[in-house]
Design a protein around this ligand. Structure first.
Ligand SMILES: Nc1ncnc2c1ncn2[C@@H]1O[C@H](COP(=O)(O)OP(=O)(O)OP(=O)(O)O)[C@@H](O)[C@H]1O
Ligand SMILES: [Mg+2]
Length: 482
């Protein structure tokens, strides 16, 4: 093994000598100072033939947490288990492994293709007293960094293949160990909780072909970094999920996150002050994530005049939905985020930082959305989630009642064709009755619920028709009013 100590001592002697030179430098003519400076560097390079690369935790003047730093941290945490004397531990939930990181000023030695390198975790107190005009978020007064040291003759190997290997391994380890997180934005920052939604594609009530198609699309996306690079597109994919309330849009997002093992960033647009804040939030989103904007039609006044026009023509169903949602559409529009800001967020230049991201919009009213927002290429896949089909019902029956077939199934199949019942409604009936433990009673309960719904609907239609015709009769006829 190589040792850097000898070089370190010689280096520091040379350093002290040159410090003296530096002290006197001001008293020498400029050209002599330059001359000495050049030879000083040569002397240091001769006695200290090592290169040091520093990776800071935060980068840029806005202090965005560096992806590279995070990957190195994970990699070193794994490597250091047997080396560093002080380790920082943290237990990842639902994972059997303890995740370790090296403590400040600890050194880890790594060997790559027979070449030795040294990593040191550093911390420097910045003693920041001044107030910055740029918001430095999530940072303490300490500057944390990792320094990689290696012999300069290995520059090509270490700066290329080795560093790529470290970042790749760090990412992979993170994927294996990590607990998925559910982020939400508040006052310009992301806060998170552990993501524990149990929905999977198996439990999702959806036609099997549709399910298959979505899963294939997601898996192809997650495995095709190279393809995206080749065609010159940012590695991201947009999904628009639309359909009535209770048809499984949010559930599908949870199933997507569980399938891909991605974090979920639930972006509340109304809580974002302006386009700049939106950009800042975007910059902090890590790769392997699903960015979700729920109810995009209600989030902001992104739909302009079209939205206002639509409110006069709300159908009977839409009125019902609004009631059900309990005023989901109220209390919005305090944000100054614009449509162009949002489009930039989805596929502007900034959106390419990080990569491996899925953007999902959900809406109950796809027809109200601005076409620019959902055009193909921006939202690559438009998926309709609709009322419960018989195929979807069978998944729910299996989930909730553990039955694959039943003599009441044909009856339910027939009824579901006649009435619009959301999977949420169906699930509700199966849930409450499950306590009785008898599938037959549950299914009969569901049948009578569907029948009640059909009758209520019929009654409502009839009374609406009656009211309309009586209004017509009451209205004074043209030409007969005098
Ligand atoms: N397709 C489905 N598969 C399985 N469960 C479903 C499905 N649709 C709805 N559910 C059940 O109904 C509940 C509500 O569904 P979910 O929140 O996903 O609907 P949504 O389409 O997002 O509704 P909204 O438009 O109101 O946000 C879920 O908790 C889930 O139990
Ligand atoms: Mg939802």
């Amino acid at each position: 093994m190589e040792s850097r100590d000898m070089f370190g001592n010689v280096g520091s002697m040379v350093g002290s000598a040159m410090f003296m030179w530096a002290m006197f430098q001001n008293h020498f003519p400029q050209r002599l100072g330059d001359f000495i400076g050049r030879y000083y560097q040569k002397l240091v390079n001769f006695f200290y033939p090592y290169i040091e690369i520093t990776f800071d935790e935060f980068t840029g003047k806005w202090g965005v947490r560096s992806e590279a730093y995070k990957d190195i941290q994970t990699y070193l945490g794994y490597k250091s288990t047997r080396q560093a004397s002080k380790l920082k531990g943290g237990l990842v939930k639902n994972s059997r492994s303890l995740v370790l990181g090296i403590d400040d000023h600890e050194e880890v030695v790594d060997v790559f293709q027979g070449v030795q390198v040294w990593w040191i975790s550093g911390k420097q107190n910045l003693n920041r007293k001044s107030i910055s005009i740029y918001p430095v978020r999530g940072q303490s007064n300490d500057r944390r960094y990792y320094t990689l040291t290696f012999h300069k003759r290995h520059w090509d190997l270490i700066s290329g293949p080795y560093l790529n290997y470290v970042l790749r391994e760090g990412k992979a380890l993170k994927g294996r160990n990590r607990q998925k997180k559910l982020y939400t934005n508040k006052e310009g920052e992301w806060n998170w909780v552990a993501f524990e939604h149990p929905a999977t594609f198996e439990t999702l009530a959806l036609e099997p072909e549709k399910k298959e198609e979505i899963m294939e699309d997601l898996i192809a996306f997650s495995k095709n970094e190279e393809y995206y690079r080749r065609i010159g597109r940012a590695w991201k994919r947009g999904y628009l999920l639309y359909g009535p309330p209770g048809t499984g849009k949010s559930t599908l997002i949870a199933a997507m996150a569980n399938l891909l093992n991605y974090d979920v960033y639930d972006l509340e647009l109304t809580g974002v002050e302006n386009n700049t804040e939106l950009k800042m939030l975007l910059m902090e989103i890590s790769s392997k994530s699903i960015i979700v904007i729920e109810d995009i039609d209600c989030s902001l006044d992104l739909t302009g005049q079209r939205k206002k026009a639509a409110t006069y023509e709300d159908s009977e169903e839409e009125e019902d939905e609004k009631e059900k949602k309990g005023g989901k559409e109220k209390g919005t529009k305090t944000s100054k985020v614009t449509l162009s800001g949002l489009l930039n967020f989805i596929d502007g230049l900034w959106s390419a930082c990080g990569g491996e991201r899925v953007v999902v919009f959900t809406t109950n009213h796809v027809e109200k959305l601005d076409q620019a927002l959902i055009r193909k290429g921006r939202m690559d896949k438009h998926i309709e989630l609709s009322y419960c089909s018989f195929e979807a019902f069978k998944v729910l029956a299996r989930n909730y009642l553990n039955v694959e077939s039943h003599h009441l199934f044909p009856k339910i199949s027939e009824l579901l064709r006649e009435v619009d019942m959301t999977p949420a409604d169906v699930a509700e009936h199966l849930t409450t009755k499950t306590l009785m433990k008898d599938a037959g009673i549950c299914l009969e309960g569901l049948i009578s619920a569907i029948q009640r719904k059909t009758e209520a609907r019929l009654k409502k239609k009839l009374s609406a028709k009656g009211a309309k015709s009586s209004r017509k009769n009451d209205r004074p006829r043209k030409g007969l009013s005098h």
